[in-house]
Design a binder for this molecule. Structure first.
Ligand code: TA6
Length: 298
């Protein structure tokens, strides 16, 4: 049975918790209920934390798993049903949840796992220019794997439509040697070529800037990393879309919180509900978006 140690830490302006057991270590920030890093004992990190990360209130950290909610990416690129939910002028990229402080609702040890639950009470009517009442919770389970489950429940009287993603930054030895399996043959939206729809041939290898929305994704995706003899495994549920992103050379230089060569050591696979996979929550209805992250030696 694992015994967990939970310690509070301050990183720049952010309150964080470091959770460790004899098997793994996890760092979580209160802002955004954002996982910042995850490493299993005897392995390189599974989730990537930028060397130049900025820990500032109101700014999402370039690391781990930012929660994109109640819209993903540029709101103007979302279906009109998602856009109509926001009544303001300036819609921040990736929604409103990743830069606000969440509440730690509880930490509970059950057998060999630790369950950590966060909530965002502001989502029940107090988010700026988003006048809807949704109970939003993130459950983090640290066991043999890391499980994340983001649940939205509509507490209001009218339907609410959201897009969302668990914007996961994975650590790799060198993205140029890595490949993503599970996407073979899928249709995707190439956001870098006028959002054209294309078909994926074979597994995805990286040879330049990549920013794609994969459609009708299977539950299992994986990252094969031959240099680290590792396959990172993702088991997704509540999702039929995934965003795969690497900024490559030029975009990385534009990002103040990423080293110029930082793009080599990361790639994002974001378990999502985007494009034709957005979620309509009827009054009283709820939906969970989940990913389980693990690894095996290859
Ligand atoms: O998920 C891919 C993406 O939307 C990219 O277009 C890229 O901009 C990235 O997310 C990071 O966004 P951020 O707002 O965190 O800089």
């Amino acid at each position: 049975m694992a015994t967990f140690k939970v310690e509070s830490e301050q990183h720049g302006e952010l309150n964080c918790w470091r959770i460790s057991s004899d098997r793994a270590e996890l760092l979580i920030a209160q802002q955004g209920a954002q996982i910042l890093s995850y490493q299993r004992v005897g392995e390189p990190p599974l989730l990537w934390l930028s060397d130049q990360a900025i820990f500032r209130q109101g700014k999402s950290v370039r690391a781990g798993v930012p929660v994109c909610w109640p819209w993903f990416g540029n709101l103007q690129r979302n279906p009109s049903s998602v856009q109509a939910m926001f009544h303001g002028e300036q819609a921040p990229a990736h929604g409103l949840a990743r830069t606000r402080d969440w509440q730690l609702l509880g930490i509970e040890e059950t057998g060999s796992s630790l369950r950590i639950e966060f909530g965002l009470p502001e989502a029940q009517g107090a988010l700026p220019d988003w006048p809807h009442a949704v109970e939003l919770k993130l459950l983090v389970v640290l066991g043999d794997e890391l499980e994340l489950s983001l649940t939205s429940r509509n507490m209001g009287n009218s339907p609410v439509t959201i897009s969302q993603a668990l914007h996961s930054y994975f650590a790799v030895s060198d993205v140029r040697q890595a490949r993503v399996e599970g996407v073979e043959g899928l249709q995707y939206i190439e956001t870098l070529a006028d959002w054209e729809q294309r078909q994926q041939e074979g597994a995805l290898a990286f040879a330049g800037e990549t920013d794609r929305i994969y459609l009708d994704t299977p539950q299992k995706l994986s990252i094969v990393d031959p240099h680290w003899d590792r396959r990172i495994t993702l088991s997704c549920s509540g999702s039929r879309s995934a965003v795969i992103w690497n900024p490559w050379t030029e975009r990385a230089k534009e990002l103040a919180d990423m080293a110029d060569d930082g793009w080599q050591r990361m790639l994002c696979i974001e378990t999502a509900n985007v494009w034709d996979d957005v979620v309509e929550l009827k009054p009283g209805g709820s939906r969970s978006l989940q990913v389980k992250i693990g690894s095996v030696v290859i």
